[in-house]
Design a protein around this ligand. Structure first.
Ligand code: ASP
Length: 438
């Protein structure tokens, strides 16, 4: 049995958190591999080390001294080391880094990666595990994708059968330079490590006891999700639920490795288990797995008589958007009209050019643009077994006096997507939650 574990920034924030991580790892012999983030916030007004590293780099780029910020970074790590009584010479490495930084020899990615690097060095020394540098096994291709075959092979050689700690968030380019994933990317490193070693489970330890059925800032005390499929999770994340880095799902899903989201501050809680599928029967109580949503969409509606019967007209409309690099998220349509739902910030810079070109391309009868639209998604693969779910959703919203501006349901029936005005966003989520989940 092998469990690959990843600990996020809040689990690495101070010496007390390091001790919790150690207890978690030592309580289960299967937990042999740990991927760690940079130190995160200790309280809401605190700073994330990664943010400070970016800030330091930006200062030097503009020729402004960054010494006080650099000092904040070093002292965080030295404090953890001294509080835990770890024997490790961090001072020399920090001094070398600072020297190279001042000489403008450190790239932005390399600088940002140092948070994870120092976290992993410290944690490895604290646990008595071996330190494996991510620069020795996460290999990027020139286009920024990961060469999984090469990376998996390298990690197997370095970590198989051993107890190791490796930093998240970064790897190495073919020319030897350090490159990071996008923010939150330690989740991806963990997933790659689990896939490389064919782990039995990938545990992602954070500061919440799993994924919640709705945003706790909108719904009071939402239920946690005990089980969810990869497919549902993707839909929820896309719809706005902030859970895992999107890129973390693919490596483990491909190898059919379950992913378990756990809470470092509540290790007895089983958290959320994410799998390809579950054997359990259809639970009549659980039609909807979760609800998420995003605000600030624009809906462009193009009216033209007989539009749906005209061959190629949709392609001509979409090619205008493609030309401007604008991607369309939803395309609900009627007999004589088609609507395009696009995030307003993506559409706004090109709006007038796009409208003029659509006018020229298909000579519509009319075009309207509505802003301030929110898109809400109800996710649940069990919906396809239950007739009348959309009916119930729309009835509940109607009873609450919420006007639905757009409806979109795919034939795979993993989700039902609808648009409401921004002002109704929170209320629509609460109405859905209360009528389906509560
Ligand atoms: N430390 C990085 C960030 O703040 C990566 C991570 O924690 O996953 O984005």
């Amino acid at each position: 049995m092998l469990k690959v574990t990843k600990f996020g920034g809040s689990s690495m924030a101070d010496a007390g958190q390091y001790k919790k991580v150690r207890d978690i790892l030592l309580s289960d012999k299967a937990r042999q591999v740990a991927i760690v983030s940079a130190a995160g916030k200790r309280h809401s007004k605190d700073h994330k080390i990664t943010d400070l590293l970016y800030l330091c780099h930006a200062h030097t780029q503009y020729g402004v001294a960054c010494d006080p910020i650099f000092e904040m970074i070093t002292s965080r790590y030295i404090e953890i080391r001294d509080e835990l009584g770890i024997q490790l010479d961090l001072e020399t490495e920090f001094a070398e880094l600072k020297k190279r930084l001042d000489a403008k020899q450190v790239s932005q990615d390399e600088m940002a990666s140092r948070g994870e690097y120092f976290s992993a060095k410290l944690m490895a020394a604290f646990l008595g595990f071996e330190f494996v540098d991510a620069a020795d096994w996460v290999f990027f291709n020139i286009d920024g994708t990961v060469d999984t075959e090469k990376s998996y092979k390298a990690f197997c050689e370095k970590a198989k059968g051993k107890c190791v700690v490796t930093p998240g968030f970064y790897g190495v380019m073919p020319d030897g330079s350090i490159r990071t994933f996008s923010r939150g990317g330690s989740d991806i490193t963990g997933s790659l490590a689990a896939a490389a070693l064919d782990a039995d489970v990938y545990e992602n330890w954070t500061d919440v006891s799993g994924i919640l059925m709705a945003d706790p800032r909108i719904v009071e005390n939402p239920h946690p999700i005990a089980e969810i499929t990869y497919e549902e999770l993707r839909e929820l994340a896309y719809a706005g639920a902030n859970v895992l880095h999107e890129g973390a799902i693919y490596p483990v899903r491909k190898k059919n490795i379950p992913l378990n989201i756990r809470n470092t501050n509540d290790p007895a809680n089983p958290g959320t288990m994410i799998k390809k599928q579950f054997e359990t029967e259809v639970d009549p109580q659980r039609i909807i797995t979760g609800i998420a949503g995003k605000k600030d969409f624009s809906i462009v509606t193009i009216f033209k008589r007989g539009l749906t019967n005209q061959v190629g007209i949709l392609r001509r409309i979409l090619s205008v958007l493609e030309k401007h690099g604008v991607s369309v998220e939803f395309v609900p349509n009627g007999m004589d009209n088609v609507s395009l739902a696009i995030p307003t910030d993506k559409l706004a810079p090109h709006l007038y050019a796009i409208l003029a070109e659509i006018q020229q391309e298909i000579a519509p009868d009319n075009i309207t643009v509505h802003d301030q639209i929110s898109v809400i998604t109800a996710v649940g693969h069990q919906m396809k077994f239950r007739p009348g779910v959309s009916g119930k959703i729309f009835a509940a919203l109607g009873q609450a006096g919420i006007n639905i501006r757009m409806i979109n349901q795919g034939p795979d029936e993993v989700n039902i997507i609808f648009g409401v005005e921004n002002k109704d966003f929170a209320e629509a989520i609460r109405v859905l939650y209360n009528s389906f989940i509560k």
